[in-house]
Design a protein around this ligand. Structure first.
Ligand code: F6R
Length: 248
């Protein structure tokens, strides 16, 4: 894995935004896989700024988001779809038909997962997938456990994940849905390039195990070791448990 360590979270965000901007310049119809959460907020702000400055054109790009809560529709204040509208979609020139999202309010959630998987396939696959990591090592909403599901599927969220997402649901973890829909680890690993982003000391133990630990479904992020083009963008705190040797 190609590990890049930056002094500050702001530097991570601007390097990432530049990386996405470069991908858009090289391939204007690039297929992007996008995360939500606290980690990418500053990157999206920088992309909005670059777009406003005429430096980034999303006109031919296609996006697929990683996951969505079950039982919430796109207009729900806690939905990841709303998050993306606020942080990116409303401010850039991405046509609605180029934005792909799991519909957490679909009547048949299993069919919705199949539809999403087929849409990714039909687009020719994801070129550049950006990922955050849960403090418990989850990727997308692939939670640690005895086994992982390869394709897009329904997930039961870990209690820690529900707590971590409480801010989207008026600060009340009990309001966070118990289930979500998520791309599977197999779906994610099919992307041509993966970029895992982590900031802050809370992520440091999982980052160390992601790079140096064994492959295990108890740390879904460890499966990134199997990918031929996986990049890690870390701030100093998230990288604090890595030794020089492991970084090399
Ligand atoms: C969100 C997602 C999650 C987050 C992870 C980290 O779409 O897929 O895996 O990336 O929970 O969240 P933050 O960035 O809030 O620490």
């Amino acid at each position: 894995m190609n590990v890049k360590i930056f002094d500050t979270p702001a530097q991570v965000a601007s390097a990432l935004a530049r990386r996405v901007a470069d991908a858009l310049r090289e391939k204007p119809d690039v297929v992007l896989g996008l995360p939500t959460g606290r980690t990418p907020v500053a990157m999206y702000a920088e992309l909005r700024r670059l777009h406003a400055a005429g430096e980034v054109d999303f006109g031919r790009a296609v996006t697929f988001n990683l996951d969505e809560f079950a039982g919430v529709d796109a207009s729900h204040a806690g939905s990841f779809r709303r998050f993306m509208e606020q942080h990116l979609f409303a401010a850039v020139n991405l046509a609605p038909q180029r934005i792909h999202f799991l519909n957490g309010a679909a009547a048949d959630l299993d069919a919705e997962c199949k539809r999403y998987e087929q849409e990714i396939e039909a687009t020719g696959g994801i070129d550049l997938q950006i990922l955050g990591i849960g403090a418990n090592g989850h990727i997308g909403f692939n939670e640690p456990g005895d086994e992982l599901v390869s394709r897009t599927h329904r997930v039961t969220l870990a209690e820690t994940t529900r707590r971590d997402n409480a801010a989207l649901f008026r600060g009340d973890p009990s309001r966070v849905p118990r289930e979500a829909l998520s791309m599977g680890m197999g779906t994610i690993l099919k992307a041509a390039t993966l970029i895992l982003v982590a900031m802050g000391a809370r992520k440091a133990p999982c980052i160390e195990r992601t790079i140096n630990g064994p492959l295990t479904p108890h740390l879904p992020a460890s499966f990134l070791q199997l990918h031929r083009r996986a990049e890690l963008y870390l701030d100093r705190d998230a990288a604090s448990l890595l030794t020089t040797r492991s970084v090399r």
